[in-house]
Design a protein around this ligand. Structure first.
Ligand SMILES: O=C(O)CCC(=O)C(=O)O
Ligand SMILES: [Fe+2]
Length: 189
């Protein structure tokens, strides 16, 4: 079994609250922009805004997650410095439909003109930045095997960015859901 067929890794309190706070502060001081799905803004498929995160905060997050990732996936996470981590803010409405995180050619092509970052890489790290009681709905779901999670602030959820790992975000019914998404490459140990 290769590392890419492993189940998602879930680690509570992987990120210290102080780092969650630094990320949240960054977001508060920057204008959020609507996020695309397959290169197009379509709120019936994905309703979230994003803010790009500076590389030093991205590296801090990766260093807190590295040991967990090594032991679960048996690979080392490698920062992709040219590619910004993003914080997503989801308000009430459609969350994010079921999808996979493998970058497609159509997304790459549309990114040449839509001003949006292409978020590629081998492994997706999702870190929850607010508490689950601050929003209704918004569960992160996986399809195979079926799993629905609503993690606490500072929890890491990591999974391979392949077509097999179909996932999405249930519609937010109240409040705001805030997550950080960092993509890393995998280095063999
Ligand atoms: O916000 C989340 O929990 C997941 C986001 C996601 O699936 C993605 O950016 O590809
Ligand atoms: Fe995704």
């Amino acid at each position: 079994m290769t590392w890419k067929s492993r189940l998602p890794l879930i680690v509570e309190s992987a990120i210290p609250l102080s780092l969650c706070g630094a990320l949240t502060d960054h977001v508060k001081n920057h204008t959020a922009r609507p996020r695309t799905y397959r290169g197009v803004i379509d709120e019936s498929l994905r309703k979230s805004e994003y803010v790009e995160i500076p590389v030093h905060l991205q590296e801090a997050v990766i260093s807190h997650c590295a040991a967990h990732i090594r032991s679960h996936f048996e690979i080392a996470p490698k920062c992709i410095p040219t590619q910004p981590a993003v914080v997503y803010r989801y308000g009430p409405g459609v969350g994010f439909v079921a999808h996979h995180d493998e970058v497609t050619d159509i997304e790459r092509e549309r990114a040449r003109t839509n001003g949006q970052p292409v978020v590629g890489g081998d492994l997706t790290l999702v870190v929850c930045l607010n508490t689950p009681d601050s929003y209704g709905g918004g569960e992160l779901f996986f399809e195979n095997p079926a799993q629905e999670i609503k993690p606490s602030c500072g929890t890491l959820v990591a999974f391979p960015a392949t077509r097999d790992h179909i996932h999405g975000v249930r519609p937010i019914t109240r409040g705001e859901r805030v997550t950080l998404v960092v993509r890393v490459d995998a280095e063999c140990l």
